[in-house]
Design a protein. Structure first.
Length: 474
């Protein structure tokens, strides 16, 4: 990994450090820059010499740039909030004018900003650097300092403090303080909940409440699979699971499975709606995608739910013609992130039409998952289990033998039946349910045939193919 000092030694004149923690970044990077004179500027405080603590008034953003020749050689000037000023042509031209001077005198401009906003004229001159969020050890040190300064009779719980991974140091301190006030100790739940504020504030994704396993009827092989994968997040000696793709018709329980998985793994559930990230502004969609994926890495471990992924990525093939390549670029970012990201997360994507997804990805997306599961229509035993769940949910007492008359129904249709029967009675409810299987029989049979050779089966009981042949799925 290239370090900040390496860029200085190589004579990089312009660096852009992406972070919300400008003071922490400047402090840490200054420590790496041994032997350099450190200066910083902001529009309120002016130009500050960090060694002498002298401050020059400089309320014009051109002023610190024009002061470059007056700074000693081997200097670093940290510029705060410059994403607000850098699009000015005067600023752009002044920076370009001084690039040769910076290179020749070992001086460096370092822009410190929470966002990247580089004008096209400077794209080839500025090098991007990501400033990492605090390590777990830094969080533990902060917790220890809080305990020591306040003389609290509390032990620092490393597991609870680790829940703050992904927070800035300021956010982590706030979460720890809140935890101490509410629980009189460092609470993993409180700190984790504060961490999820980042998701809420971003507006890029949604948080969903996990659902207990008891709310998901049937799908026993899939449930066992998820429980087995939980060990991969608890034992560092095991490879970390990546996720699964669930294929099946609407209403079969795919989305509910994502919510149950979060409950089984004891992770927060984040829904990534790729379609909602698309924007009409050039480059904004890709930027939102990168920001969303980076945020997921920051707040992990978590379950990431991508619903109806084939619809979200629809149009990849024609993207260059229809949206200037936006959808194609977003898909590329997703594929790369799924392949390269090492943060502990479990991705569950759902798909109603496997043909569409295969057309979009040419199989590339499927290879990013540990496994693909086909979620079929529930068997008779599974339908009875689902009806029992609905009885508990709605306080009804319908005879479970009614499920025997629901051959070809999805779990969603069984729930719809219960609600209808509450108001209209059993006979009318049966008369008004139109199972989706009857409308899509050919398509569903085709998906089943594909799944026999390309997927694992989520259901545990035997199903029948269109020919009537029994196929064991255990």
């Amino acid at each position: 990994m290239v370090q900040f000092k390496d860029y200085l030694s190589a004579g990089y004149p312009l660096l852009w450090v992406t972070t919300y923690e400008e003071e922490r970044a400047i402090s840490n990077l200054s420590k790496e820059a041994d032997g350099y004179n450190i200066f910083s500027w902001d529009i309120v405080a002016g130009l500050r010499d960090h060694q002498s603590e002298q401050i020059r008034q400089a309320p014009d953003p051109l002023a610190p740039l024009q002061a470059i020749p007056t700074l000693p050689e081997s200097s670093i000037l940290f510029l705060k909030d410059f994403h607000r000023f850098i699009e000015s042509i005067e600023i752009i031209r002044t920076i370009k004018h001084f690039v040769p001077v910076l290179k020749a005198t070992d001086r460096h401009l370092v822009f410190v900003s929470p966002i990247v906003n580089i004008p096209i004229e400077l794209e080839k001159d500025i090098t991007l650097l990501d400033f990492p969020l605090p390590t777990i050890q830094e969080l533990i040190d902060t917790a220890s300092r809080i305990v020591s300064e306040n003389e609290l009779p509390i032990e620092v719980d490393e597991k609870a403090i680790s829940a703050g991974k992904g927070l800035t140091l300021h956010e982590a301190e706030n979460a720890m303080a809140l935890s101490l006030v509410k629980e009189k100790t460092f609470s993993k739940k409180v700190i984790e909940n504060e961490k999820l504020q980042a998701i809420r504030k971003s507006g890029l994704m949604e948080l969903y409440e996990p659902v207990p396993e008891s709310e998901l009827g049937g799908l026993e092989p899939l449930k066992r699979y998820i429980k087995n994968r939980k060990r991969g997040f608890e034992d560092n000696r095991l490879p970390t699971p990546k996720g699964i793709l669930l294929v099946g018709l609407p209403g079969a329980g795919k989305s509910l499975t994502a919510k149950v998985t979060a409950s089984v793994l004891d992770f927060p559930l984040i829904r990534l709606d790729i379609a909602s990230l698309k924007s009409s502004l050039v480059g904004e969609s890709e930027a939102k995608m990168r920001q969303a994926l980076a945020l997921i890495d920051a707040v992990s471990p978590c379950v990431v739910w991508i619903d109806e992924i084939e619809k979200a990525l629809g149009g990849v093939q024609s993207s260059n013609r229809t949206d200037g390549g936006t959808t194609s670029a977003m898909f590329g970012y997703l594929l790369t992130w799924m392949q390269e990201s090492t943060s502990p997360k479990y991705i569950i994507a759902t798909c109603n039409d496997i043909d569409d997804l295969l057309t979009i990805s040419q199989g590339a997306l499927l290879r990013r998952f540990d496994d693909v599961f086909f979620v079929d229509l529930p068997s008779k035993e599974e339908r009875r289990e689902i009806l029992a769940i609905m009885n508990r949910k709605y306080g009804t007492n319908f005879d479970l033998s009614l499920a025997d008359r629901m051959d070809g129904w999805t779990g969603a249709e069984i729930e719809k039946f219960v609600i209808s029967a509450i108001y209209d009675g059993v006979d009318e409810a049966f008369a008004n349910i139109k199972p989706i299987y009857l409308q899509n029989r050919e398509k569903i049979e085709k998906a089943r045939e594909w799944a026999r050779y390309n997927a694992r089966f989520a259901n545990g009981s035997e199903q029948k193919s269109q020919s009537g042949r029994k196929i064991k799925l255990n």
